[in-house]
Design a protein around this ligand. Structure first.
Ligand SMILES: Nc1ncnc2c1ncn2[C@@H]1O[C@H](COP(=O)(O)OP(=O)(O)OP(=O)(O)O)[C@@H](O)[C@H]1O
Ligand SMILES: [Mg+2]
Length: 234
């Protein structure tokens, strides 16, 4: 589904990602684990074309995408729940969802997609006229996920969706990520919550200081010294 070949990304003179190679198979939940400042968000932004890699290439379903603009990449079926969620605070739930469907769907399509989102997140249906700024953190997390789903993505990128949520909400959110994946969407889940993430991910990658330092299936990662030492001590 997605392949990065020897991707390096720089901010000015500083290299933030160094020769990152990874592949995510269609239908999987793949995760990226790494500490603060490791380059996880930079990797998401590079995939989306928000920052251009300095070298290397990125392939989506066999097509090279690293020379495309973000809206062209989104049009090819990629959506994101960005770090910090970034819901539009003064817009209502309905309006936020409409922003996620900015690819021009016929109105009937919009309604069908919104109804699908409402079936995943009934709470959003109850609050459809409420502005996002007045919603709880958990509700905003659902809204950000719903907004991403409005474009009907085949690849969903999630940048630390669990951050700041109570454990019960993380549980709910991850259950929905699993349901989205079972309905055919490939998921790339960036997280620091390794324990929970490895419960739902099929495989994953470890990033430290801009380099991939480990990868494997969920079982292998749970048992790896690196992961145990860095992430599963609690
Ligand atoms: N626009 C930018 N200009 C310069 N440096 C940046 C920029 N964005 C990020 N960085 C730097 O790149 C490094 C990697 O940041 P990044 O946000 O990708 O890390 P992260 O793994 O997502 O961390 P976190 O878990 O805290 O979200 C950090 O040292 C950060 O300060
Ligand atoms: Mg980040």
């Amino acid at each position: 589904m997605l392949e990065l070949r020897e991707v390096s990304t720089r901010y000015g003179p500083i290299t933030m990602l160094r020769n990152v190679s990874l592949a995510i198979g269609a239908g999987q939940i793949a995760c990226l684990l790494g500490p603060n400042g490791a380059g996880k968000t930079t990797l998401i932004r590079t995939i989306l074309g928000i920052v251009r890699p300095a070298s290397g290439s990125i392939w989506l379903e066999g097509t090279r995408i690293d020379l495309l603009r973000p809206h062209q990449i989104v049009a090819r079926g990629v959506a994101v729940v960005p770090e910090g969620r970034r819901v539009f605070p003064r817009m209502t739930v309905d309006e936020n969802l409409r922003m996620g469907a900015f690819i021009e769907w016929a109105p009937a399509d919009f309604a069908a997609r919104r109804d699908h989102v409402f079936s995943l997140f009934p709470r959003l249906a109850e609050r459809r006229g409420q502005t996002a700024a007045t919603m709880s953190g958990g509700e905003q997390a659902m809204l950000a996920m719903g907004r991403a789903l409005m474009s009907g993505p085949r690849l969903l990128l999630l940048d630390e969706p669990s951050l700041g949520l109570a454990p019960v909400l993380v549980e709910q959110l991850f259950a929905i990520v699993q349901a989205i994946n079972r309905s055919g969407t490939t998921v790339f889940l960036v997280e620091q919550n390794a324990r929970k993430t490895l419960e739902i991910a099929h495989r994953g990658f470890l990033v430290q200081k801009g380099e991939i330092v480990g990868h494997g299936n969920a079982e292998e990662l749970r048992n790896s010294e690196l992961v145990r030492h860095a992430y599963l001590r609690a």
